[in-house]
Write a protein that binds this ligand. Structure first.
Ligand SMILES: Nc1ncnc2c1ncn2[C@@H]1O[C@H](COP(=O)(O)OP(=O)(O)OP(=O)(O)O)[C@@H](O)[C@H]1O
Ligand SMILES: Nc1nc2c(ncn2[C@@H]2O[C@H](COP(=O)(O)O)[C@@H](O)[C@H]2O)c(=O)[nH]1
Length: 205
C-alpha cells in the first residue's frame, strides 16, 4: 500500500484539550516532520485559512472524495466530516518523515488498523470536564450549542484512552509539552527501524 520508511504520530483527545496548542510548542524540538492537513466540511473559524488549518470542502465534495477512495481515513465528528487524504501521507511516509496527525478516536482506530507497525499514538486530555468546558468557552471560537455537543462527545471519547500508546494530562503546558517531545522522538525511532532492518539483512538471508 505504501513504502513504509517513515513513522506516524497520532494525537487525539477531546476538542479543546489543547492538541494544537501543544503541537505548536514542540515543532522546533522534534526535527523534520510533516503535519497532516485534514479536509473538513466544518465552516472555517475566524482567522482559519484554507490549505493551512484545513482544506475546507462542501459535503458533496467530501462525499465524492470518499467515493473516489481519496482518504486514508475519514469520520463524522461533532456533526461534520473530517478526513485525511492518502496521497500526501504516502509521499511523506515514503520520504522517511515523521508524519503528525491530529485526528479523533475513530480516525485513530482506522489508521492504527491499516498502518500499525509505524504508528505511535497519544491521547491528550484536561484534568477534568470542567477544565475542558472552561477552555472551550475561553477559546471563544464555537457557539454555545457546538460547545455543549463537544462536551457530551468528550465523555464518550475519553473512554478510548486505553487504546493509545501514551496518555498526557495537559494541565501544565510546559510539562505536557516536554512529555510530547519525548513521545515524538520515540515515535521517530520506528522510522529508523526500517533502516536497521536493512543493515541486518545478512542475518535473515
Ligand atoms: N495547558 C493549558 N492550560 C490552559 N489553557 C490551555 C492549555 N493548553 C491549551 N489551552 C487553551 O485551551 C484552548 C483549546 O486549545 P486548542 O485549540 O489547542 O485545543 P484542541 O485540542 O486543538 O481543540 P480542537 O480539537 O477543537 O481542535 C485554547 O484557548 C488554548 O489556548
Ligand atoms: N477522524 C478525523 N478527525 C479529525 C480530522 N481532523 C481533525 N479531526 C478531529 O476533529 C475534531 C474537531 O476539530 P475542530 O478543528 O473542528 O475543533 C478534533 O478533535 C480533531 O482531532 C481528520 O482528518 N480525521
Amino acid at each position: 500500500m505504501m513504502e513504509k520508511k517513515g513513522a506516524i504520530l497520532i494525537l487525539s483527545g477531546p476538542s479543546g484539550c489543547g492538541k494544537s496548542t501543544l503541537l505548536k510548542t514542540v515543532y522546533d524540538k522534534i526535527g523534520d516532520y510533516h503535519f497532516s492537513i485534514s479536509t473538513t466540511t466544518r465552516e472555517p473559524r475566524v482567522g482559519e485559512k484554507n490549505g493551512v488549518d484545513y482544506y475546507f470542502a462542501s459535503r458533496k465534495e467530501f462525499e465524492e472524495d470518499i467515493e473516489n477512495g481519496e482518504f486514508l481515513e475519514w469520520a463524522e465528528v461533532h456533526g461534520n466530516y473530517y478526513g485525511t487524504s492518502l496521497k500526501p501521507i504516502k509521499a511523506a511516509v515514503s520520504q522517511g518523515k515523521l508524519v503528525i496527525f491530529d485526528i479523533d478516536v475513530q480516525g485513530h482506530n482506522i489508521v492504527r488498523k491499516k498502518l500499525d507497525d509505524i504508528v505511535t499514538s497519544v491521547f491528550i486530555t484536561t484534568p477534568s470536564l470542567k477544565d475542558l468546558e472552561k477552555r472551550l468557552k475561553n477559546r471563544d471560537t464555537d457557539s454555545k450549542e457546538v460547545i455543549e455537543k463537544r462536551l457530551i462527545n468528550a465523555k464518550t471519547e475519553i473512554k478510548s484512552f486505553r487504546n493509545y500508546d501514551y496518555f498526557i494530562i495537559n494541565d501544565d503546558l510546559k510539562k505536557a509539552s516536554k512529555e510530547l517531545v519525548c513521545i515524538a522522538r520515540i515515535a521517530r525511532i520506528k522510522a529508523k527501524l526500517f533502516d536497521k532492518e536493512e543493515s541486518i539483512k545478512n542475518w535473515i538471508e
